[in-house]
Ligand binder design. Structure first.
Ligand code: PLP
Length: 455
């Protein structure tokens, strides 16, 4: 079938609710390789979002695909009440890595999508603390199942689905470019935004704590160490230490949602490793399998998840530790052990960010650029460099999707993802194997799209 016929059928039979049709341009892709996607006419698109950071290790990664093919020919299906080697080895590798880095023993529990793993983390917290409400960040995103939506800040995601009695208490994220504590463009960061949160624990009348027995009404704080959908916001390096001190004092658990920032997106296996705190629970998904046969999971401290307290069937999904997923996950962990991402990713990230900074000097509409490893942000503004400019952001994205850019000497497209509180931030998550030459090309394509959008 040709694109026109397919789009005609799509308009009749496909729901829009599963997040397509954000862009004006509707592309149908046929092939993928490395950092490129190819449409039905064979036009090449440089992808700077890699399936929202699920395909960190490149499309059609040979080694990972081979692991999957091998598993298809040996043990492709198995109900999760029975065991298989890849599941045990994968859990062991993750738990041992965390034990080595954070000095804490724990266990790994699998599920399928990210939001389902978040649900499992919520269950572990509820089971351990007996508390239902959670703290979470404004701008945070933890998925779209009902419980994950309850701790995701955007009201747009809740509005149509009735009252959420378990809605989180949302706290401002330390977003330096749009700090909630100072007037525009002034830099503060003496962690002023944390002070009102700390204050809430001073008296029962601030609504969260019974100081007589130090019982907090909230079970855990769900944290994205680098805020992802919120616009790849990197917090001040000392922020989480200060937050954790408050939480520890009142027995509130710290849950690190690594679903988007895990697996070396930021230059470390877990992005929370940058910030000098030990989480109680880590939630992961996406790049664990490089986007192949998805599995997700949580790691939790032993006392939260040991079989005595979290026994068989405390949560369950038919496909939770499916062998194709665990085989891909294990291959990802082995690939990581043999690679040098901890050195390479920060180096590539710095090279990329330097070029974005140079671009920012040329265009006042680029209000902010920042990044940690290969999680990079470009915040698009009006000419004042601050007022969000959603129209320009959308225009750049749509131009990229048209596949008619010429930087690099041939007709190409550019795939960009938009996030941020005002939908004016390009959240760049390229393949971790992106070369300097490809970074140069990506920057040139971006500049060309920006120039076209500016007219
Ligand atoms: C930080 C974070 N948490 C949770 C999720 C939800 O994961 P999934 O879409 O696999 O349910 C996402 C997805 O983008 C995410 O970025």
């Amino acid at each position: 079938m040709n694109d026109k016929q397919l789009l005609d059928l799509e308009s009749k039979y496909c729901s829009w609710g599963d997040t397509v049709h954000y862009a004006k341009q509707l592309n149908i892709f046929k092939e993928a390789e490395g950092i490129y996607l190819y449409d039905t006419n064979g036009v090449e698109y440089l992808d700077l979002q890699m399936w929202y950071s699920a395909a960190n290790f490149g499309y059609k990664n040979k080694r990972l695909n081979e692991a999957l093919k091998k598993q298809i020919d040996t043990l492709p299906q198995l109900a999760c009440q029975y065991l298989h080697e890849e599941k045990i080895q994968l859990a062991t590798k993750i738990a041992q890595d965390i034990e080595k880095k954070f000095g804490v023993k724990g266990r790994v529990h699998f599920n399928v999508g990210g939001a389902q793993a978040i649900e499992d983390a919520i269950k572990v917290v509820r089971n351990h603390t007996g508390k239902i409400p959670m703290f979470a960040f404004m701008g945070g995103y933890h998925g779209r199942t009902l419980a994950a939506t309850a701790i995701t800040s955007s009201y747009r995601y809740r509005e149509h689905y009735g009252h959420f009695s378990d809605r989180a208490h949302f706290v401002p994220y330390p977003y330096r470019f749009r700090c909630t504590c100072v007037e525009k463009k002034e830099d503060c960061c003496n962690l002023s935004c944390l002070k009102p949160f700390e204050k809430m624990f001073e008296s029962e009348y601030y609504s969260v704590l019974n100081p007589k027995n130090n019982s907090c009404e909230y079970g855990a704080f769900f944290v994205e160490p680098v805020q992802a959908t919120g616009g790849y916001i990197v917090p001040p390096m000392n922020y989480f230490k200060a937050l954790k001190k408050i939480l520890d004092k009142h027995n509130v658990l710290f849950v690190a949602d690594e679903i988007q920032m895990g697996f070396f997106r930021t230059g470390k296996l877990w992005s929370i490793e940058h910030f000098g705190v030990v989480p109680d629970i880590i939630v992961f998904g996406k790049a664990l399998t490089n986007g192949l046969n998805p599995i997700s999971g949580i790691w939790a401290r032993e006392e939260l998840i040991s079989p005595d307290v979290f026994g068989p069937g405390m949560t369950h999904s038919t496909f939770s530790s499916n062998p194709l997923g665990t085989a891909a996950g294990l291959a990802v962990m082995e690939l990581i052990e043999e690679s040098n991402f901890e050195v390479d990713v920060p180096k590539k990230g710095a090279y990329f960010l330097n070029q974005l900074k140079a671009l920012q000097k040329k265009y006042p509409q680029i209000g902010d650029v920042d990044g940690l490893g290969l999680a990079l942000r470009i915040e698009i503004c009006q000419k004042d460099g601050f007022t969000p400019n959603r129209e320009l952001t959308d225009a750049i994205m749509n131009i990229g999707l048209k596949g008619e850019l010429t930087a690099g000497g041939k007709k190409r497209g550019l795939i960009l993802d938009i996030g941020g509180y005002y939908k004016n931030v390009f959240t760049l998550a390229p393949s971790l194997y992106m070369t300097e030459k490809e970074i140069d090309l990506g920057v040139a394509l971006f500049e060309e799209a920006l120039q076209k959008a500016l007219g």
